[in-house]
Design a protein around this ligand. Structure first.
Ligand code: GDP
Length: 528
């Protein structure tokens, strides 16, 4: 096997999906801790520790208690290289989350044991299903009273329609939580709050029948769990790696992220069984991670990631070959060779220059506006990776600037923020104002906040008489020119320079489409 194929085989690239508050941030921190990526356990939400998880960089996030941005965290564990791609938790950022999910090979689903399967989890699961993404499940907060474990498995199977294969099983719950039993090894790991930082710290018994264990936790609770396990084994499924890899079964773990309990058992199992990079469809053909020629696609763009580095970073998932410092790559959309020699990697909370990157890894390419979401980079072959979703904005606002002298900064800010893909901005042909389109209302608040924080521009948003946007295309240049003149009042230019019809009402749009049969009115900007 070539070096890069061997490197690809030890990559584990995944994202955590959950409903807000289930414990994603806490679990992320514990995984980083086990991976040696951070040294200090401390709430990610308390910002006093210098080494907080990178997912939390924005002040806004602290204020609102939501994850607004995504980031990438890489750490070595047990001979593997783990890439954890963070996803924003709030529903208004689902578009961003969907794109992150196109860049991972598997997912980890976190469920609150008291709340069970929640609404966001259901939506994210649907997205994972589109690509048959393998999913592991962590049922969290076992230190609190929750639903019965059997009931939780039943809920996952019923609501999410995926068979469960429990790998660990809790002994008690809430104040009676004693530990978990590993159903494949038989080992019992005791729950000792404040003492489970590493495997060595936690007391382990060889099996449920160990007399020393009965002495420690009492025979009664062990009898209870043994009886329960008979039921579980009858009602659930044994772990089947093929089914898991096909997205047809989810291995389930129980634990308490905040107490570091059950997390390492999950991580050990994860690095062993979760899939390495898979071949990917690039329209003309399928690209295998074993191919030596470099290829990858951009799934996310972020402006001003780090206040110390005011730049725009394009996040590229490597699909084949390897990235080396000083290298160049072919930017398929523009047909140009591009220097990507100073790409970034994301070792936990620090950005550094990428040494090498292999399939499954993510690199950050410095970008001055030429790279767009879904762009493919190759060693020269004109390929296009497929399946990166694009959504039309559903809400529109007119941007009002407090200080007219800041117009240039406003343009710059809106252009750069719209490159991230969460919002789109339009300049009407006939008016001097600007229209911003978004999927969710929270995005307007985020844009207003970031304009002020990152570009020093104070802007407010007012209702705009626009219900939907259509990108106008035509083979017939004459018809397009005529339309441009006649419909100018409703036409605008988007951040990429494309012509867009901003429809004031649905009826108006329908009439315009009927009147201009030679034109195409497209509901999404094509990501290609
Ligand atoms: P996120 O919104 O999914 O990222 O959730 P967080 O990780 O921020 O957790 C939400 C809340 O649940 C926080 O107050 C955590 O301290 C708490 N939490 C996380 N894990 C546990 C756990 O295992 N037990 C208990 N009791 N609370 C937890």
């Amino acid at each position: 096997m070539s070096t890069h194929a061997a490197e690809a085989a030890r990559r584990r690239t995944f994202a955590i999906i959950s409903h807000p508050d289930a414990g994603k941030t806490t679990l992320t921190e514990k995984l980083l801790l086990f991976g040696g990526a951070i040294r200090q356990a401390g709430s990610v939400k308390s910002r006093k520790s210098a080494k907080h998880a990178t997912s939390d960089w924005m002040t806004l996030e602290k204020e609102r208690g939501i994850s607004v941005t995504s980031s990438v965290m890489q750490f070595p564990y047990d001979g593997r290289i783990v890439n954890l791609l963070d996803t924003p938790g709030h529903a208004d950022f689902s578009e961003d989350t969907y794109r992150v999910l196109t860049a991972v090979d598997s997912a980890l689903m976190v469920i609150d044991c008291a709340k069970g399967v929640e609404e966001r989890t259901i939506k994210l699961m649907e997205v994972c299903r589109l690509r048959d993404t393998p999913i592991m499940t962590f049922i969290n907060k076992l230190d609190r009273e929750g639903k019965y474990p059997i009931e939780l498995l039943d809920e996952v199977e019923r609501v999410l329609d995926i068979p469960c294969a429990p790998i660990t099983w809790p002994i008690g719950m809430g104040s009676r939580l004693k530990g978990v039993v590993h159903l494949l090894t038989g080992e019992v790991h005791l729950f000792e709050p404040g003492k489970n930082l590493t495997r060595q710290d936690s007391t382990i018994y060889a099996s449920l029948d160990d007399p020393a264990l009965a002495q420690r936790v009492g025979a009664e609770v062990l009898n209870e769990v043994s009886e329960e396990l008979v039921l579980v084994q009858g009602a659930s499924h044994p772990f089947d790696r093929e089914l898991y890899l096909a997205g047809l079964q989810t291995p389930v773990f129980f634990g308490s992220a905040v107490n570091n309990f059950g997390v390492q058992l999950l991580l050990d199992f994860f690095v062993e069984h979760a899939p390495p990079p898979k071949p990917r469809d690039a329209s003309a053909r399928v690209i295998s991670p074993d191919e030596s020629a470099f290829s990858g696609f951009v799934f996310k763009i972020q402006a001003n990631m780090d206040p110390l580095h005011r730049d725009r970073v394009a996040f590229l998932r490597v699909c084949s070959g390897s990235y080396e410092p000083g290298g160049k790559a072919y930017h398929v959309r523009t047909g140009k060779e591009m220097r990507i020699g100073d790409a970034l990697t994301f070792m936990a909370s620090e950005r550094g220059l990428a040494e090498y990157a292999y399939p499954g890894d993510v690199i950050g390419i410095h970008n001055h506006g030429t790279i767009a979401i879904a762009d493919t980079f190759t060693a020269g072959e004109p390929l296009q990776f497929t399946g990166i979703p694009s959504f039309a904005p559903e809400l529109f606002r007119r941007v009002r600037l407090r200080d007219p002298l800041r117009l240039k900064q406003l343009h710059k800010g809106l252009t750069q923020l719209s490159e991230e893909g969460a919002t789109q901005f339009f300049r009407p042909l006939l008016a001097n104002d600007l229209i911003l389109g978004a999927i969710g209302t929270l995005q307007f608040e985020v844009v207003a906040y970031r304009l002020k924080d990152e570009y020093g521009v104070e802007a407010t948003f007012e209702p705009a008489q626009v219900v939907t946007a259509r990108w106008v295309k035509a083979e017939d240049g004459g018809a397009l020119e005529e339309f441009r003149e006649k419909a100018a009042i409703h036409l605008a230019i988007d951040a990429t320079g494309a012509l867009v019809y901003l429809a004031p009402t649905r009826v108006n749009l329908q009439m315009v489409q009927e009147r201009w049969p030679k034109l195409r009115f497209e509901a999404t900007r094509e990501h290609a």
